[in-house]
Design a protein around this ligand. Sequence first.
Ligand code: ZN
Length: 202
Amino acid sequence: MEQPGAISELIDALKRLPGIGPRAAQRISYQLLSGDRSDATRLGRALLEAVDCVHKCPRCNSLTDKDLCIFCSSPNRDDSQLCIVETVADLMVIEQSLSYNGRYFVLQGRLSPLNGIGPHEIGLDKLIQRTAEDSLKEVIIATSFTAEGEATALAITDLLTKHHPQLRLTRIAKGVPAGAELEYTDVNTVAQAMLNRRVREL
Ligand SMILES: [Zn+2]
């Protein structure tokens, strides 16, 4: 059935979100536009406001509406540890696992040479600068256990060993199944993986 332009545009926009297929996009669109539209109005306002106010934290790349995010600005977190993740969603899973109280660094995704995504594209030059701070003792590499996540972990190990050999490099343990995304892993498994992390070896 041919959809009116505005509905079709809404469905198309929703389809582009992670985890939402064409059927779900259609269902959500009709739900939002049928009957009471207060949820749709609230969603639209919240989205516009977030797009307007939220930006990347200049120190760790996570998202914030302040100068620095809560993870960088909190005085109660351990400055001697830095955990490297691929996405803000991964960061939030580690937070929810309650297994870590250090600082974070969020990559801009992971290495994918075939798609033209190299060390510069995922922000490794900024990581080298961030890890130069004297208070830092341990870097925990929490990239995914996919082929690209592992390649990214290897590249980080290589770079940090070269630039900051005094740092202790650890990798979260494989409590997380091979091929899995951190974002979709339950928090207990993530907590185990964080507790069982090991020194990263080349
Ligand atoms: Zn931050």
